[in-house]
Ligand binder design. Structure first.
Ligand code: GDP
Length: 430
């Protein structure tokens, strides 16, 4: 049984916790896109661990983790994370494999990221500034450097030099400055290459062998459907395919090998960075969601924009990922709200839309249509593990989501710790 977990909203849906939960019954956990701009937070016995590149499943002893070729890797960030885990007594040696075909995030990518955001001014995308977008741009322009290139010093030097020459990055600026120091980058990355060498492998083959042994594969999506470079509100998106298709192109596993795709959505909605967000509540209610939900970025610490659950966006996620089930997280954050609006549609120029618009410009001008549910004041869902024991109004709300989105809610998360999970149907059982 091979399963993909994707975010149904704008990222930060709590995929880290869901993947951690599902990892118990998986053998190999795989990251397939994004870079260290993503951040998964897992809380284990009160201890918070934030991972950016390493698959969350490696927090379980004995599991294998793979970073597929669809991920762009900053080797320094990867080594920092390996060391952070080692300091907590978690060793990934011998069980973490990094694709030799993954592209590298280079120092000049970070510079380009910052410069590009500065140039955009008010229309900036709100990237994390870690060079992820420019690394993907170089990959597609065929001037990227891959992990395997670091293993051959002569070849690495030639490639680095040729790529920097072709992209004009070795030329002096109009002020006569050289901003890229080839020798410095060469020395730094060659040394980093030596250190990541023990993890480098042909990961597509490793996954093929695991499938041959009938092991359970768990593909861990980063970001979310609405941030996918093709499916999201372009250009307010990330630079990779966060949707389920990315699990195949980013790892070398064919689509016929995927058995289930599980979508993760918060019981409300958040987004970081710029771009349209129709159900945003930019007022004291939004502030309350932010405070109760601790909606601050795992990677940047930025405040997340908060709003209500958006059925239009969720239904779109079901369609473009081919979801077989969904997980609703952070239900407990809605404890204490007297009213819980559910965004069931958009009004655009006096018309009710029934499909998610493609254009960010159209989406920007959509106003939400709400169905308002009564909260479960006085009652709590925090830490609940039984669906039957949830307050009636909480079940009513979840069932409305299930019906309107058109996808079964198999799991409900009710707390940040591993314990707070309601299992209606166990995902790894076919
Ligand atoms: P990801 O990128 O999708 O993994 O999202 P984050 O790492 O930003 O996770 C969201 C945050 O919510 C993390 O701090 C989690 O520990 C926390 N979290 C996940 N599920 C729940 C839940 O059901 N209730 C509460 N209160 N917190 C949760």
């Amino acid at each position: 049984m091979n399963l993909v977990v994707v975010g149904m909203q704008w990222g930060d849906e709590g995929k880290g916790k869901v993947v951690d939960f599902l990892s118990e019954t998986a053998d190999v956990i795989i990251r397939y896109q994004g870079g260290h701009n993503a951040g998964h937070t897992v809380v284990i016995e009160g201890q918070t661990i934030i991972l950016h590149l390493i698959p969350t499943g490696l927090l379980h002893a004995g599991k294998i983790g793979v970073i597929g070729h669809g991920v762009v890797v900053d080797p320094k960030a990867l080594l920092d994370e390996i060391e952070m885990l080692a300091s907590k007594g978690i060793s990934v040696t011998g069980r973490l494999f990094l694709s030799d075909a993954a592209h590298l995030v280079m120092p000049y990518h970070r510079t380009m990221d910052h410069e590009s955001e500065q140039r955009r001014g008010a229309s900036k995308i709100g990237t994390t500034g870690r060079g992820i977008g420019p690394a993907y741009a170089d990959k597609m322009a065929r001037v990227g450097i891959r992990v395997a290139d670091l293993l051959d010093p002569q070849h690495f030097r030639e490639k680095l030099s040729a790529n920097l020459t072709e992209t004009g990055r070795l030329l002096p600026t109009t002020a006569g400055e050289h901003t890229v120091d080839l020798q410095k980058i060469y020395d730094e990355y060659l040394a980093l290459g030596e250190r990541i060498k023990p993890y480098i492998a042909g990961t597509a083959r490793i996954l093929r062998q695991a499938i041959g042994r009938k092991q359970h594969l768990l593909f861990e999506g980063a970001q979310g459907t609405q941030l996918d470079v093709d499916m999201g509100a372009y250009p307010y998106v990330t630079s990779s395919n966060a949707t389920a298709g990315g699990a195949c192109t980013g790892t070398g596993v064919g689509p016929t090998q995927i058995d289930k795709v599980i979508g993760v959505a918060k019981a409300y909605a958040t987004r970081v960075g710029s771009g349209p967000f129709p159900s945003e509540t930019d007022n004291d209610i939004g502030e309350r969601l932010r405070t109760q939900g601790q909606e601050f970025g795992a990677t940047t610490g930025r405040s997340r924009r908060c709003g209500w659950f958006d059925v239009m966006a969720a239904r779109y996620a079901v369609d473009v990922n081919g979801l077989t089930a969904m997980v609703v997280t952070k239900l407990d954050i809605l404890d204490g709200f007297s009213e819980i609006p559910l965004c069931t549609g958009y009004q655009y120029k006096g018309q009710l839309l029934t499909e998610m618009p493609t254009s960010a410009n159209v989406l920007q001008h959509c106003t939400p249509v709400y169905q308002v549910f009564d909260g479960w004041r006085g009652q709590t869902t925090a830490g609940a593990t039984s669906y039957g024991k949830l307050p009636d109004n909480a079940r009513r709300y979840l069932e409305a989501i299930e019906t309107r989105v058109g996808c079964p809610v198999d799991l409900i998360s009710t707390g940040s710790d591993r314990g707070g999970m309601i299992i209606r149907r166990a995902p790894f059982v076919s």
